[in-house]
Design a protein. Structure first.
Length: 211
């Protein structure tokens, strides 16, 4: 399966009618947060591929547009947060947001809050294990795991719960954004056990072999 993962920045190469000619056939689009809804809708339409996404900490509760009024999400996409989804044989789950770094703000969580959110995913993951023989193929997140691709400031600290998920559920991939590659955060790919953690900022094309 050929997957396009995007996060954080609008890229002219993707925001063009010629995107399909540049990337070739894309089977699935995964949004890792902090992107305008109109951008996700455009890429989804041009590539004629399904979109699954999670919100980032900068995603607005309402996006305003003179052309299309107001939006609270990209139309036609599926919010993956706290869900387990079988996307044509690829087992997906999603956890939105980043570490809480200010008293108020949407899509922000403490370490303990993210642990509780992960626990809410466990029934769906256990069902995957019973039906498909594996817990999960891809975790789609906005934030990285704790200590992997983190930034030097608190706002770009990753989540401890993601380490626990990788140890127990062993997804093949954990895809995230949040830490912009131009911040100088080191490598964009890191192995943790059986999981490849990938910072997809601003986009990555992955060829994932189906099991």
């Amino acid at each position: 399966m050929r997957v396009l993962a995007v996060s954080d920045d609008v890229i002219d190469k993707l925001y063009t009618p010629g995107v399909r000619g540049q990337l070739g056939k894309i089977d699935l689009i995964l949004g890792c947060g902090d992107l305008p809804y109109y951008y996700l809708e455009y890429v989804m339409t041009m590539l004629d591929a399904p979109l699954y996404y999670v919100h980032g900490n900068h995603d607005p509760l309402v996006e305003y547009s003179t052309a299309s009024g107001t939006k609270t999400a990209p139309e036609g996409g599926e919010n993956l947060d706290l869900r387990c989804v079988n996307a044509s044989g690829l087992l997906l789950a999603g956890l939105e947001g980043c570490i809480r770094y200010k008293p108020t703000g949407s899509h922000q969580f403490t370490q303990n809050e993210m642990t509780l959110r992960l626990l809410a995913l466990l029934p769906g993951l256990a069902c995957n294990r019973l039906v498909h023989g594996r817990w999960l193929d891809v975790l789609v997140a906005h934030s990285p795991p704790l200590g992997i691709h983190n930034g030097p400031d608190h706002a770009h600290t990753g989540f401890r719960a993601f380490l626990d998920l990788m140890r127990v559920c062993k997804p093949r991939y954990l895809l995230h954004g949040h830490q912009h590659r131009n911040y100088g955060s080191g490598p964009g790919e890191t192995h943790f056990g059986k999981t490849m953690v990938i910072n997809v900022h601003p986009y990555r094309v992955l060829d994932i072999e189906m099991e």
